[in-house]
Write a protein that binds this ligand. Structure first.
Ligand code: BEZ
Length: 210
């Protein structure tokens, strides 16, 4: 069965470009992004890995560890890293899992046989420090992902994990948020003493808590 939000992220041990990783230990108390790409030495994947490498300081700032995966072997990942640097100016600075036996791809249902029965699709899993799955995304091989959007979602996930708020459409860090409907006005007064704007009884807008 497909992994769902709130499920525990399956643990595994795997060889990566930065040594052997035991996934849950590697996550530790951080957040994590596990993302797969179909194949080494392919054009879209090359741009994606360069982009993630360039964004590493943004992931670090949020306490998020990033790990990539494809079903190609370690030697191939290492060779390909040079091309990624040539093309994008960034060298992968995060571990890349060499999942030749598709052990991790199977655990995370990253192979969708009706799309391609051997290569992984572009999956993304955001995992919390509690090792639970907080977000899943699945893109086809033909569409590169938007990693700014991934950072935006992580901002929302981290904020809403800490405060009784939700984030509206297209929200970005620093913008107003929504008080969750399950919080009564009496309880909201304690948590948001500066007050809020009631647009509808079920839609209360408040400044982003710190
Ligand atoms: C790519 O990364 O460019 C790609 C990989 C597999 C199929 C199509 C494109």
């Amino acid at each position: 069965m497909a992994l769902q939000l709130g499920d525990e992220a399956p643990d595994f041990t795997a060889e990566t470009t930065e040594g052997k990783v035991q996934f849950h230990n590697w996550i530790g108390n951080s957040w994590a992004v596990l993302f797969s790409h179909p194949k080494d030495f392919t054009p879209v994947c090359t741009t994606e890995l360069g982009r993630v490498a360039a964004l590493k300081p943004e992931f670090d700032k949020r306490g998020v560890k990033v790990i990539g995966l494809s079903v190609d072997p370690l030697g191939s990942h290492k060779e390909w890293s040079k091309d990624i640097h040539d093309v994008t100016g960034s060298t992968p600075n995060f571990p890349l899992i060499a999942d030749s036996d598709r052990k991790v791809a199977s655990l995370y249902n990253m192979i969708h046989p009706n799309a391609n029965d051997t290569l992984t699709v572009r999956s993304v899993f955001v995992i919390g420090p509690d090792k639970k799955i907080k977000l899943t995304l699945t893109y086809p091989a033909s569409t590169g992902r938007n990693f700014d959007e991934l950072l935006r979602v992580i901002d929302s996930l981290q904020l809403t994990a800490k405060h009784k708020v939700a984030t509206p459409s297209d929200w970005k860090h620093g913008q107003d948020v929504i008080i969750v409907p399950s919080l009564s006005d009496d309880d909201a007064k304690k948590q948001f003493p500066a007050g809020w704007k009631t647009l509808k009884p079920y839609l209360r807008v408040v400044s982003q808590p710190k």
